[in-house]
Design a binder for this molecule. Structure first.
Ligand code: HEC
Length: 414
């Protein structure tokens, strides 16, 4: 009993001093700089900045609440199901520090010791690009209407095939640009569609580019940092290809202007292997109206020894979750990704920290669930109707994109 009291006193005495140690300048600012400011700064997607002590203090309670609930920073893949580059996730310790700091009244500490805020891609994060491509014109987005998926064609004039190791997209106007995807066209199909559309570029009815693309160079969404492919691997940019820049525009109630641009970083190594894309896909489903958790499955058989570099789950508005598992021929399961809380507005290509070796004969299986009930606030149909595969946002898709290279052509450096 005596021991217990001593312990109690020790805790009571210790606790305030532990709180007192956690300050903005020393502990909290570095976390906000690393994990929050990519979005919480002037002119970015988040509704308020977290760049100064005053901001952090004003929002301290909410910051503690949202980080505890794992709602901020937004990061979709569940922990323990794949290790990715550029993960936006706080450690338990960081969350505890934020909580303690908020509870202690958000002390500033010695503000003159606050580390300087990082600078963001007002310059290029990866340094000066080897080549910059830009939308041919400044595009004017009307104030009202449905979201617009407009595609701008930018010819490339390289006289050989090129390999691109990294792509950095700079949206011209973050208020209106929701996301950008960089597609490639070698057949002039995009030019034909452009010619038929009176405005610059062209629109499609759905969310896709409306042509048979030969590939993509990735894209941009708020908060995304450019991923650099491992040395020796590149996105193939075929000779003479047109870049088709898909820009998804929000309407803001005002006339907006945008001229987004893309920085390309070419591979410098003599021998480069092209990144390939395949998919586990199911196009043959119909989600009955009212169904809250309708399962859709897909799979993919790996024919040759492969290194998997990245994956991108893709569904539309009714998607709830998606999980992908690879099973090697010896029955060894490898978790590829699990998104438990799908949000159409937070999509990403998730690059693995280390390439994952998948031997020939590996079976990749995908299970996704869809919520077609009237209770789903994202359900675009009121009342719900049967929804199947289609290109429109209000149709559905069920794809797990797989970005890989042949193991016969590439060995990762350890
Ligand atoms: C990838 C972009 C992004 C990152 C990184 C990010 N946020 Fe946010 N945050 C948003 C957006 C967008 C919103 C508003 C919409 C929403 O609530 O989802 C938001 C909202 C919030 C809110 C809710 C404010 C309210 O409405 O009450 C808090 C609190 C918050 N963020 C804190 C943080 C903290 C703390 C971090 C870092 C640990 C962080 N965010 C990282 C994009 C981001």
């Amino acid at each position: 009993m005596k021991k217990f009291f001593i312990l109690l006193i020790a805790i009571t005495l210790l606790t305030p001093s532990v709180y007192a140690e956690i300050t903005y300048s020393e502990h909290i600012a570095p976390i906000l700089q690393r994990q929050c400011q990519s979005c919480h700064r002037q002119g970015e997607v988040a509704p308020f900045a977290l760049t100064e002590y005053q901001d952090a203090k004003a929002w301290a309670t909410e910051i503690a609440e949202y980080t505890n609930a794992r709602l901020m920073p937004p990061w979709k893949p569940a922990e323990g199901y794949g290790h990715f580059k550029n993960e936006r996730r706080l450690t338990e310790k960081e969350i505890q520090m934020i909580t303690d700091w908020a509870e202690a009244g958000a002390p500033s500490g010695d503000l003159s010791k606050t580390p300087p805020n990082p600078t963001f891609n007002d310059g290029w994060i990866l340094g000066k690009p080897d080549h910059i491509i830009e939308m041919p014109v400044e595009y004017e987005i009307e104030p009202e209407g449905e979201d617009e998926y407009r595609h701008f064609i930018i010819p490339t004039n390289f006289d050989t095939d090129m390999y691109v190791q990294a792509v950095d997209v700079q949206p011209g106007n973050r208020k209106t640009v929701h996301h950008v995807i960089v597609y490639l066209d070698v057949e002039g199909q995009a030019r034909e569609l452009d010619a038929k559309d009176p405005k610059p570029g062209y629109v499609t009815e759905g969310t896709g580019p409306g042509i048979d693309v030969v590939g993509t160079l990735g894209g941009w969404a708020p908060g995304l940092r450019p991923s650099v492919l491992p040395e020796g691997i590149g996105y193939l940019l075929p000779k003479g290809a047109d870049i088709v820049l898909q820009v998804h525009y929000y309407r803001t109630g005002h006339t907006e202007r945008d001229q987004s641009r893309v920085g390309l970083y070419f591979n410098k190594t003599a021998k480069t292997v092209p990144l390939k894309i395949s998919q586990a896909i199911n196009t043959e489903f119909v989600i009955p109206p009212g169904e809250e958790k309708y399962a859709v499955k897909a799979s993919r058989h790996v024919k040759k020894d492969t290194y998997l570099l990245a994956t991108m789950p893709h569904m539309h508005l009714l998607g709830r979750d998606m999980r992908m598992i690879a099973k090697t021929p010896t029955g060894n399961p490898i978790d590829l990704i699990w998104i438990q809380d799908w949000d159409f507005n937070w999509q990403d290509i998730y690059h693995y920290r280390k390439p994952i070796f998948l031997p020939a004969g590996t079976h990749i299986s995908l299970v996704a669930h869809f919520d077609n009930s009237p209770a789903n606030p994202a359900n675009p149909h009121d009342p719900p109707i049967p929804v199947g595969w289609g290109d429109k946002t209000t149709d559905e898709m069920c794809i797990g994109f797989l970005y890989f290279v042949d193991a016969a052509e590439y060995k990762p450096v350890e």
